[in-house]
Design a protein around this ligand. Structure first.
Ligand code: KG4
Ligand code: ZN
Length: 336
């Protein structure tokens, strides 16, 4: 492809209303994210109906801002990309319909993007991919290990059987009376404690790259209940440190083992939990002597954003894989 091209991307799968303009799938021109965290905080988690309502209110502003900040006109945009799924259905619908409306009105091709492909391609905004690569996706809704041998082809080699890593962080934070989203709070608290409690590590059957975090979550809840029943005091910081150590151990070891087995040239980490300082340190330490480069994007590209959707869309744009006008939100979309 000789000519520069610009993709306007939209992401509304959960609680961020986001729009971005990306040049050639690699360069961020604008990246607008309207977060709803404040509205969901008092409920201790994302409320789907509230998320949908916010997306409706915000989407036009966010799109306008993306175009205005880029100092571009709609004529200069080559395609419209949008997260098709997975995610909250009511939230996805807002983005998909906004994208369809613009694409139709402005006569642009429409590109459907898988949310996890987006998280992976957040890395392409920082580094060039070298195949085969291994991606560890750890977010509020997903925990997956994915091998990629070429652009746009994804082999899921492991995934969570129950809670996602971020979900476990958020649920344990709730038991410790920490506000939503709990991940960053636990991360901070964990720095003040010591690993004095032995919580389980779910390695699962031998050679499995799957994950399970619900047993760990229950172990933490039981530990706190037992202590309270016995009128014993609990050390919140030690609980946070011990819980985080268990999550980080399993994520790090399985990622390392998969990287060796699949003989990958790169390991990339993405999703909100990639912001966890314990995980970042443990992965860096584990891969230090391995000759396999480890890439973790900056925090603003780890959490949900539309820049990553524009980056992932570039692969489809170059292959001219476009959606029809009957494109719909697909909350259970599978990554292939
Ligand atoms: O990728 P993301 O922004 O949204 C989803 O697609 O889910 O991830 C949000 C998740 C939340 O569960 C949040 O608690 C977690 O990422 N998170 C963290 C940290 N920062 C965000 N978890 C652990 N440590 C952090 N520093
Ligand atoms: Zn996400």
């Amino acid at each position: 492809m000789n000519k520069d091209y610009y993709i306007l991307a939209i992401e509304t799968s959960c609680d961020e209303t986001a729009a971005a303009i990306i040049k050639n799938g690699r360069e961020i021109i604008t990246n607008i994210v309207a977060s709803q965290i404040e509205s969901h905080k008092r409920f201790g988690g994302v409320v789907p109906e509230i998320a949908s309502r916010h997306h409706v209110e915000q989407i036009t502003f966010v799109l306008d801002q993306a175009i205005t900040e880029a100092e571009m006109t709609w004529d200069e945009i080559d395609a419209i990309a949008v997260t098709e799924g997975p995610g909250l259905v009511g939230a996805l619908i807002i983005g998909v319909n906004a994208a369809k409306a613009i694409a139709f009105a402005k006569g642009k091709p429409l590109i459907p993007v898988h949310h996890i492909a987006g998280h992976i391609y957040a890395n392409q905004l920082e580094n060039e991919f070298k195949f085969p690569l291994l991606a560890l996706i750890v977010s509020g809704g997903h925990t997956e290990l994915i091998v990629m041998k070429e652009h746009g082809k994804y082999e899921v080699i492991g995934e969570t059987l129950d809670d996602a890593a971020g979900e476990a962080f958020d649920k344990v934070a709730r038991v410790l009376d920490l506000p939503y989203p709990g991940g960053p709070r636990i991360d901070k608290l964990a720095k003040e404690g010591s690993e004095t409690i032995e919580f389980p590590r779910a390695w699962l059957e031998k050679d499995s790259y799957n994950f399970s975090f619900s047993g760990l979550k229950s172990a933490v809840i039981n530990y706190i209940h037992n202590k309270k029943q016995k009128n014993e005091s609990i050390n919140e910081a030690d609980i946070a440190t011990s819980f985080q150590a268990s999550v980080v151990d399993v994520l790090t070891e399985k990622t390392y083992k998969a990287a060796i087995e699949y003989d990958v040239k790169q390991v990339i980490v993405a999703g909100g939990v990639a912001a966890n300082s314990g995980l970042r340190t443990a992965l860096e330490e584990r891969f230090k002597d391995s000759q396999i480069p480890l890439m973790i994007p900056p925090l603003y590209l780890c959490t949900d954003n539309a820049a990553m959707i524009g980056a992932a869309a570039s692969v489809l744009y170059e292959k001219e894989v476009f959606a029809d006008w009957d494109l719909n939100a697909n909350p259970g979309l599978i990554l292939k």
